[in-house]
Write a new protein. Structure first.
Length: 335
C-alpha cells in the first residue's frame, strides 16, 4: 500500500490547515531548537594582550586567558551546555613533532584549569590533533613526506591525557588517524580516566570549508600539501558509515560529522543506521558564508541563522558545534 495515496487527497486533505495559525504550527513542529543544542567553539591566544577579532570568521575572536572567563561566561548565562577550545599556538612553539600538544601547561590545559575552577558545570571539549602545534600544519606526524599513522597515535594519546588531567571532560579527536578512538580509550582507561567522553570526528571530510579556521589558528600558512591522505573524500558516503562503526566499536560516546550543511545526507545516514548521539560541526567556512552575507545586508540574520541550525536537527543531530551559538541562543531567548 502506498502510504501517501492511502492518506486521501485534495480537496478533503488540505495541508495548509495546520499551517494556518501560529499555535497549530507550533503543535505540529517535528523539531525544535534550544540553547541545549549548541556547542560554541572558542579560539584561544597566548599572552594578556586582550582579544583580537578574526577577520575570516567575522564576529569571532581569539581570546586571551585574562578575558576567557568573561567570554565563556556569556555561553554559561545563555544556558549553552559546552564550549570547544582551539589554541592559536605561537610559531616559536611549533615543531615537527607537535611537542607543545603534550605539554601539560600548554594554552588549552591552562584554559581548561581556569574554566573548570570557575564554571564546573560547563562542558569542556578539547580538540585532539597535532595541527595547531606542528610546523608543517598536519594533524599527525610527518615522516619522509607521509603522515604516519601508528606513531601519531602515541602522540595523540599523550595529548588526550594531558587535556583530560587539566579538566577537559570530552575529547574530540579530529585527526582522522586509523585506530585513534581505541588508542585514546585505552590510554584513558589505563590512567583511570574512565569518565572522559570521546566525541569522535568520525566522518571528517577533506574540505575547503575549513579555510577560515586555519587562518584563525595560523595553520594555513604552515600547512604543507593537503589532508587528503587522512580526511575523507567528499565523494564518499558508505565509507562514513564504516568510520562511524569502527569508532563506536573502539569506544566513542558521540559521533560527529564535519562539515555540516554540505553533508546533511551523511548525518541522516549515520543517525538512522546507528541511532547514537550524533553531532555536526557547522564549520568556519559555512559560518563565514552566512555571516558575510548578513553583514552585506543580503540575508536576514533573524531568518537564516536558526533555519541553518534547524536543518541539522531535522537531519538527526542532537547537537551542533556552531560559531552562531551565542547569537542563536540570544534569538531563541528573545523569541
Ligand atoms: C583540525 C581541525 C580543523 C577544524 C577543527 N579541527 C581544520 C582542519 O582539519 O584542517 C575546522 C573547524 C572549522 O573550520 O570551523 N584538527
Amino acid at each position: 500500500m502506498n502510504p501517501f495515496t492511502s492518506q486521501g487527497s485534495y480537496p478533503s486533505v488540505r495541508l495548509r490547515r495546520n499551517r494556518a495559525d501560529d499555535w497549530t504550527r507550533r503543535l505540529v513542529a517535528e523539531n525544535t531548537l534550544s540553547a541545549d543544542d549548541f556547542i560554541w567553539p572558542i579560539f584561544l591566544k597566548e599572552g594578556s594582550g586582550g582579544s583580537e577579532l578574526i577577520s575570516a570568521i567575522p564576529g569571532q575572536a581569539r581570546v586571551s586567558l585574562n578575558e576567557l572567563i568573561d567570554h565563556a561566561g556569556r555561553a554559561v548565562e545563555l544556558g549553552i551546555p559546552a564550549i570547544a577550545l582551539f589554541p592559536a599556538t605561537a610559531p616559536d612553539r611549533k615543531d615537527s613533532q607537535g611537542s607543545e600538544a603534550i605539554n601539560a601547561d600548554n594554552l588549552v590545559c591552562r584554559a581548561a584549569r581556569l574554566l573548570k575552577s570557575t564554571y564546573p558545570a560547563l562542558g569542556l571539549i578539547g580538540d585532539v590533533a597535532l595541527d595547531p602545534y606542528t610546523d608543517h600544519g598536519h594533524d599527525g606526524l610527518l615522516r619522509n613526506g607521509r603522515i604516519v599513522n601508528d606513531e601519531s597515535l602515541e602522540m595523540l594519546a599523550k595529548q588526550a591525557i594531558v587535556q583530560a588531567q587539566a579538566g577537559i571532560d570530552t575529547l574530540a579527536p579530529s585527526d582522522m588517524m586509523d585506530g585513534r578512538i581505541g588508542a585514546l580509550r585505552k590510554a584513558l582507561d589505563s590512567a583511570g580516566l574512565t569518565d572522559i567522553r570521546l566525541m569522535s570526528y568520525a566522518a571528517k571530510y577533506a574540505s575547503g570549508f575549513y579555510g577560515p579556521f586555519r587562518d584563525a589558528l595560523g595553520s594555513s600558512s604552515a600547512l604543507k600539501g593537503d589532508k587528503r591522505t587522512y580526511q575523507m573524500d567528499p565523494a564518499n558516503s558508505d565509507e562514513a558509515l564504516r568510520e562511524v562503526a569502527l569508532d563506536l566499536q573502539e569506544g566513542a560516546d558521540m559521533i560527529m560529522v564535519k562539515p555540516g550543511m554540505p553533508y546533511l545526507d551523511i548525518i541522516q545516514r549515520v543517525k538512522s543506521t546507528f541511532a547514537v548521539p550524533t553531532f555536526a560541526y557547522q564549520v568556519s567556512g559555512e559560518y563565514s558564508m552566512i555571516k558575510g552575507a548578513i553583514n552585506n545586508g543580503w540575508l536576514d540574520p533573524h531568518k537564516v541563522i536558526l533555519e541553518s541550525l534547524m536543518a541539522f536537527k531535522r537531519a538527526g543531530c542532537c547537537g551542533i558545534l556552531t560559531y552562531f551559538a551565542l547569537e542563536a541562543a540570544e534569538q531563541l531567548k528573545r523569541g
